[in-house]
Design a protein around this ligand. Structure first.
Ligand code: DP6
Length: 349
């Protein structure tokens, strides 16, 4: 027999960023973060997983190509989900599959990510969240989303937030084993439904410094990081939660842009400095800042993760979107005159 499950998980965009781990093995971030989960129609990962007594070892095919499972992260997630496995009743055959503890049973995993990986588009967030979620379904895990988010966090710090829709806090608390470092939903996907997110893929090339090694170097060398984690982020988290609760776009935009800029300042404060943005990213920042300045109050926000691509947030899209791109001198949709060479538009949910 073989049991299979397929699941889909969207990616998320951090508006208050996580950068730096206190414990690398458990992936315990040094500060809380807040993110918005995208509509599952955009930048989504689909994962099929299967378990069968015929499988001789655990295997994974990423986008159809077999990859090694030697990395600790996959193994950690798999071990944790396995430890919560329960027996499964097969609907068709009515046969009870004994999965408890999984014994000698092995799994095959096939994640498909239909957008560039390692380009700063949070593919690991969607990928690891989807893997944990589909394995948990396959193994009839009864634990709730918060426990699954703690498991996904051990795959990738940002993955814990993709288990929920809407606005999510990746809370990193006190337990040394990370059991209370989980994601918490602040508001669901209907809470702010006129908030729109544009993803501008400035470059789909793989980034030179991965998030994992970049944040390790920052933790080792940046003094600014300590100031950010202890003095700046805790206050910003409170302010951002308030802005989201009140759907206060000007406050949301100010905090989002400020936090993106400080995250990149921390990267520059790393030895050797890490540059995730390029000239086009800088031009987008100038456009948004000029636009907001001319309007007198923020109407657009930008945020850049560990790569040059940009997430631009709007409300009142129909009015603003075409004008904003005209004002930027980017074409909308973009054409060959610009290196802003592709884009995705998605409502947040
Ligand atoms: C800049 O979650 O990709 O996107 O935990 O090492 O897998 P690992 O890193 P990852 O880092 C995300 C960093 C960020 C900010 C964020 O998403 O909060």
């Amino acid at each position: 027999w073989v049991l299979t499950v397929t699941a889909q998980t969207p990616t998320n965009i951090a508006v208050i960023k996580y950068w730096g781990k206190g414990d690398e093995d458990l992936i315990l971030p040094i500060n809380d973060s807040i993110s918005v989960t995208l509509d599952p129609d955009h930048l989504c990962t689909t994962t099929s997983v299967a378990v069968s007594p015929a499988f001789t070892h655990d295997r994974m095919w990423l986008n159809g190509k077999e990859v090694s499972l030697s990395g600790g992260r996959f193994q950690n997630c798999l071990r944790e989900v396995r430890s919560c496995a329960n027996d499964v009743e097969d609907e068709k055959e009515g046969v009870l599959k004994s999965l408890k503890g999984l014994g000698d049973l092995h799994v095959h995993m096939c994640p498909t990510i239909d957008f560039p990986t390692a380009a700063g588009l949070a593919s690991s967030a969607a990928g690891l969240a989807c893997l944990v979620f589909s394995l948990a379904k396959l193994m009839n895990v009864k634990e709730d989303h918060s426990r699954l988010s703690a498991i996904a966090r051990q795959g990738s710090g940002s993955a814990c937030r993709s288990l929920y829709g809407g606005f999510v806090n990746g809370s990193f608390l006190k337990e040394e084993n990370g059991s209370d470092s989980i994601a918490v939903q602040l508001a669901d996907e209907k809470h702010w439904d006129d908030l729109v997110i544009i993803i501008a893929v400035v470059s789909s090339r793989q980034k030179e410094t991965s998030s994992t090694s970049g944040m390790r170097e920052t933790v080792e060398t940046s003094m600014l990081l300590q100031h950010r984690a202890k003095e700046v982020v805790p206050e910003r988290i409170i302010q951002m939660e308030e802005a989201i609760k009140n759907r206060d776009f000007p406050a949301f935009a100010r905090l989002t842009c400020a936090d993106s800029n400080q995250f990149h300042a921390v990267c520059l404060d790393t030895l050797p400095p890490i540059f995730y943005m390029n000239d086009t990213s800088h031009r987008i920042i100038s456009c948004v800042e000029k636009w907001n300045c001319s309007e007198g109050t923020p109407q657009v926000a930008y945020t850049f993760d560990a790569g040059p691509k940009c997430r631009i947030n709007f409300t009142q899209t129909e009015k603003l979107l075409p004008n904003f791109f005209k004002g930027c001198s980017f074409h909308f949709p973009p054409n060959s005159d610009t290196d802003l060479n592709s884009y995705v538009i998605g409502d947040q949910t």
